[in-house]
Design a protein around this ligand. Structure first.
Ligand SMILES: *[C@@H]1O[C@H](CO)[C@@H](O)[C@H](O)[C@H]1NC(C)=O
Ligand SMILES: *[C@@H]1O[C@H](CO)[C@@H](O)[C@H](O)[C@H]1NC(C)=O
Ligand SMILES: *[C@@H]1O[C@H](CO)[C@@H](O)[C@H](O)[C@H]1NC(C)=O
Ligand SMILES: CC(=O)N[C@H]1CO[C@H](CO)[C@@H](O)[C@@H]1O
Length: 779
């Protein structure tokens, strides 16, 4: 994520609209939780509460306490006692990163666990860096704001100091979760209160939370989520009941899935964004569904996609300020797909209260913004016709989705600790054989548990057709050694199945890294087809190259060198590739971050660093893959490449070009190509930069939301306002057909999209910061 200040954001003061009366009474709704997978036995306490704790910090204080049960710190959860101080003690104990003096640290991770109960909170719970706050998934704990609650929100992920500065840089506020809670503001006066201040960036998630707020009332000012800015991010399976705003949102880019809003004044108030994808939203009995009209004629919202959703008993579905001459040119982009407005009189309202799209019906496909047929772009508000997607991508009439498994019905006794199975996890011992053995021995009703630690892997680990793997706050799985050195012969670190096999492999809460350079490694190769739709998946599995303790690729070795000529330091090379889905693979991803670090997270300088990692994500699969809420950043050749693939659904994707390019230019130092690599070598240096997305000889590729950015030319930012840090961002090549891109935002690439149809210019599609295209299709 970029360290960067954005003049455009000065436009974006938080404008709080006045509340109108909520007209209709209550409607109760149960959230959709995606597909449930059988075979889990019923069991006593949630395993997170009683699993044996063997996790340690490998590259820090080995005695650091990772797991904290708030009751061990004196919290009562009895609905009477004020538990604020006890919980804040549970979070902060042990010299952790927060309080304004520390921007980031990966060596003080904490899981703060809340047993069922009602915890009275009178001041914000301050979420230190690298904290997972986890409630009992079998019986959600309630965080109940006291009537006299003082402060920004019940949980605050980025507190403000008195001088208005945040604890953490919002765009670098990584690595945190909040899941399995009820947050209740109803004891507070209606004119105050927020559930979560969520000002965060990548590798963050809110999951399985219900917000209870006061319903109706002219002075209702309650908000479930208050998000002022950041660079995210992921949220899913949330319910918002009541309030002025279910969620007040502002962020560069974000992906959200399965949100339910009941009886809010405005379900979603979008303060500003560059790109936001909403999937499977249900809005019931609100005054306004989504208000994206902020700024009026001068719109502050870049783009919104709403897919597979339902807005009912709501006066106005969308409030927008888009008009034939509103500014910026492509601001206020809106894409609707498969959204049901039956029971809502107005689907989309424009300036001056005029109806743009009438309600009372189902909208299959509609776009507002700059839409392209071939190379001809038009500013439009129109119905469009889209062909049906292949059945493999769909579940019923919706694109398939599946929530993160939390294994809430599996007892702790069915989890197999890798440390008990012989792995050491101290960041120095070779754990390849122990982990391979543990996987080989794993029974179908067991779950392999990576205790926190750092596990060195020196040769391919094979994951068979059936395995469930989860980790304790992102244990580090680190590739190293001589077998991963040949850049011409990439060798997988984790190899999931063999081509032609089908199965069910689930992974969650893991972190893949390298210890030093492994230019011949692909950190994960997914070959396995799914035995049942969506049976293969990864949730909150992240890839982080360099910039943190133990990687040997830190600011003391790899500090940026913009004034030195080419010739990257061989000591600062990462991996050959991060993630590869091969021909037969089918896999579902949710909230996975493929990050080559641009700056130091642990050493005090937090300096920018130069790490050379060959390729980000390569998709070659013919079977369905879903990439929900993924990011891939700072890879040398490409961040995403889709090649010889079919049935690919991605939304939203985010990328950044390496800050050092074009010193050196791509593909340097990956000058030995592997099959399918893009070629570089154009005379113009700005053509020799990483592609954000390259699609080659592929079919049925759907991108629903993208934020693909280029912020530097050799660390200089003069090209940012000029929008010419590189020549092209998305390339569609070869025999590709039925490629459909929606809500595409790019920054500082002269050509947003290049293809045989010509090029789409940033200049023609300016928004508040990015260039944005509502729809682009290659049939
Ligand atoms: C964050 O957003 C708030 C509200 O829009 C704004 O006032 C503030 O200036 C922003 N801060 C940064 C650092 O962008
Ligand atoms: C839509 O937004 C505009 C501009 O912020 C505001 O004046 C108007 O009242 C809003 N409409 C509704 C129905 O809330
Ligand atoms: C919109 O912003 C421009 C500056 O970018 C300003 O000149 C103009 O007055 C604004 N228009 C409205 C209607 O606010
Ligand atoms: C404001 C803006 O950038 N408008 C451009 C949008 O695209 C059209 C069509 O190419 C140009 O004519 C405008 O200058």
């Amino acid at each position: 994520m970029v360290i960067f200040s954005l003049p455009a954001l000065e436009l974006l003061a938080a404008v709080l609209l006045g509340m109108r009366t909520i007209l209709n009474p209550v409607a109760a709704h149960v959230p959709r939780q995606g597909t449930t997978y059988p075979g889990q036995s019923a069991a006593g306490p949630y395993w997170v509460s009683n699993i044996e704790r063997k996790g340690t910090v490998a590259y820090g204080n080995a005695d650091f306490k990772i797991f904290r049960n708030v009751k061990d710190y004196g919290a009562r959860g009895d609905g009477v006692t004020d538990d604020t101080a006890a919980i804040n003690q549970a979070i902060s104990e042990g010299n952790r990163c927060g309080g304004g003096g520390c921007d980031s640290s990966t060596v003080t991770p904490a899981i703060v666990y809340f047993p069922a109960g009602t915890y009275i909170i009178s001041q914000p719970l301050l979420q230190y860096y690298y904290t997972q706050m986890i409630g009992d998934a079998t019986n959600l704990p309630v965080l109940k704001a006291a009537p006299q609650f003082e402060g920004m929100a019940v949980i605050d992920a980025d507190p403000y100091l008195p001088d208005g500065v945040n604890w953490f840089t919002n765009q670098n506020n990584f690595f945190r979760q909040v899941r399995n809670f009820v947050i209740d503001l109803r004891a507070m006066p209606p004119n105050r209160g927020a559930g979560i201040h969520w000002q965060v960036a990548q590798a963050t998630s809110l999951h399985n939370i219900r917000f209870e707020m006061v319903k109706g009332g002219a002075d209702n000012r309650q908000q479930g989520i208050f998000m002022d800015n950041g660079s995210g991010g992921w949220m899913s399976d949330l319910i918002f009941n009541g309030g002025q705003y279910g969620a007040f949102l502002g962020n560069q880019q974000f992906t959200t899935r399965n949100l339910v809003f009941n009886d809010c004044d405005t379900a979603i108030f979008m303060n500003w964004n560059w790109a936001w994808t909403f999937k499977s939203v249900s809005i019931n009995n609100c005054r306004v569904g989504v208000d994206m009209a902020n700024g009026g004629f001068n719109q502050t919202v870049g783009s919104i996609l709403m897919l597979d959703s339902k807005i009912q008993a709501t006066d106005c579905g969308f409030n927008t300020s888009f008009s034939p001459d509103s500014i910026p040119n492509s601001g206020g982009t809106l894409i609707l797909e498969n959204t049901d407005f039956t029971g809502t009189p107005v689907a989309v309202k424009g300036p001056g209260d005029q109806t743009v799209v009438a309600g009372g019906a189902h909208v299959a496909n509609w776009v507002q913004g700059r839409s392209y047929i071939g190379n001809d772009g038009m500013r439009t508000q129109t119905v469009v016709t889209e062909p049906a997607k292949s059945a493999g991508l769909l579940s019923g009439n919706k694109v398939f989705e599946r929530s993160k498994p939390q294994y809430e019905n599996v007892p702790a006794s069915q989890f197999v600790s890798v440390k008990s199975a012989g792995a050491v996890g101290d960041g120095l011992t070779d754990d390849t054989a122990a982990i391979q053995q543990a996987l080989t021995n794993l029974k179908d009703d067991q779950i392999l548990y990576f205790d926190h630690g750092a596990y060195l892997i020196t040769d391919t680990v094979f994951v068979g057709c059936h395995a469930k793997i989860t980790g304790e706050i992102w244990p580090l799985i680190m590739a190293s050694g001589p077998k991963f050195q040949d850049p011409a012969q990439l060798r997988p670190v984790f190899k999931v199945g063999n081509s032609g096999q089908s199965g069910a492999v689930e992974m969650s809460d893991l972190m893949f890294e390298t210890r030093g350079p492994v230019p011949g490694a692909v950190l994960m190769e997914w070959n396995l087809n799914a035995e049942k739709q969506g049976s293969n998946g990864m949730w909150d599995v992240h890839f982080r190259i360099g910039g943190s303790a133990g990687t040997l690729l830190q600011s003391d070795t790899c500090a940026k060198k913009p004034s030195a000529p080419h010739g990257p330091d061989p000591k600062c090379v990462g991996a050959g590739m991060l993630y590869h889905t091969t021909k037969d693979a089918s896999v579902y991803l949710e909230n996975c971050w493929f990050w080559v670090s641009d700056h130091e997270l642990d050493l005090a300088d937090h300096y920018q660093i130069d790490i050379y990692n060959g390729r980000g994500v390569l998709i070659e699969s013919q079977n369905p893959v879903w990439f929900y809420g993924t990011n891939s950043e700072h890879n040398v050749l490409y961040n995403y490449q889709v090649m010889n693939a079919k049935n690919v659904w991605m939304g939203l994707i985010q990328s950044e070009t390496p800050y050092y390019q074009s010193n050196p230019s791509a593909p340097f130092p990956f000058t030995t190509p592997i099959p399918g690599d893009p070629t570089f070598g154009a005379p113009d240096a700005l053509s020799n930069k990483a592609w954000g997305l390259r699609v080659v000889d592929s079919e049925d590729v759907f991108v629903y939301g993208a934020g693909l950015y280029s912020f530097f030319e050799n660390y200089d930012q003069k090209c940012v306002p000029a929008n010419n840090c590189q020549n092209g961002m998305i390339s569609i090549e070869g025999t590709s057909k039925n490629i459909r891109l929606f809500g595409i935002s790019t920054k500082a690439a002269v050509d947003m999209i290049v293809s045989s149809q010509g090029s789409v210019k940033d200049l023609d599609n300016r928004s508040n910061f990015c260039g944005t295209v509502a729809r682009w299709v290659q049939s």
